[in-house]
Each structure stands twice: as C-alpha cells, then as structure tokens.
Design a protein around this ligand. Structure first.
Ligand SMILES: [Zn+2]
Length: 148
C-alpha cells in the first residue's frame, strides 16, 4: 500500500511592507520622483510597450502597471485650447498639449493674448516654471528663424 506523498512546499509568503499603496488622499495618480525640480516635467513610460503616459496607474495601451519615470524635454504642440476666465477680466488659455515624447497633458499657456494661442502652436516649459505638477505653465515658443 502506497502512502500518498503529501508534500506541501511551503509557499513563501512575502514579508516586508504591505504592497498596497498607503497614499490616502492627496493628489490623484502617481507622484514623480522626489528629486524633481521646478521646470522639470516627468512622465511615465510603459516598460512593456514603451507607450508614454502622464500620471496614470496603468498603461492605456497594454494595461501594464510597470511604468517608469522619465524626464520630459518640456516641449510640445497645442492640440486643443480653450480660453477661460473671460468674465473675471483675466482670460487664461488652458490647452491640451501633445508632448514630443508622445504623451499629453492639460496645461496653462502663459501669454498676454490667450486668443492668439491656436492649435499647432509650439510651446515649451520654461526652466523657471513653478513646480506645481498639477498644472504646468507653458510658454509659446518663438517662431523659428528663417535666416538660419
Ligand atoms: Zn504598455
């Protein structure tokens, strides 16, 4: 008579800090590296499909959660713009900016003429921009010189 060999390999239970995020409240979405300085814009890139995303928990393309922070060059092109605050006398241009790295974000365009900001306007994040990651403030890039 055989005796069933009931071998139960002890499944190692991972110890250590709880994997669940302990961030209650605060800003939605993941936070950039702590050493991010003002004027530096960070985005995330999926380690699997290399999609660039901004403040997401999952890759919108392949649903992976393995996203790595990368620093953006801070340049992009306005995809959509709307002028808000006309009634207060301080109109501001709020734009959706397609960044060169392939992600997009909502940002304010610093300009004295919000109505002059159009789709396709090249914008850049100035180095001295305030370090508010919730809404970066872009500036309009000067048109390239033809003389070069
Ligand atoms: Zn992906």
């Amino acid at each position: 008579m055989f005796q069933a060999d009931t071998v139960h390999p002890a499944t190692p239970v991972p110890t250590g800090p709880d994997a669940e995020s302990a961030t209650g409240g605060g800003l939605p979405g993941p936070q950039p590296p702590e050493d991010a300085r003002s004027g530096e814009l960070y985005f995330q890139r999926c380690r699997w499909c290399r999609s660039a995303v901004f403040r997401r928990l999952l890759c919108p393309v392949c649903a992976a959660s393995d996203l790595a922070w990368e620093r953006s060059a801070g340049t992009g092109v306005v995809r959509h713009v709307s002028v808000v605050g006309r009634s207060t006398g301080r109109p501001r241009a709020i734009a959706i900016v397609d960044m060169d790295e392939g992600f997009w974000l909502s940002a304010r365009i610093a300009t004295t003429q919000p109505d002059a900001v159009g789709v396709g306007t090249a914008v850049a994040l100035p180095a001295d921009s305030p370090a508010d990651p919730r809404q970066p403030v872009f500036r309009i890039c000067p048109p390239p010189h033809d003389s070069w």
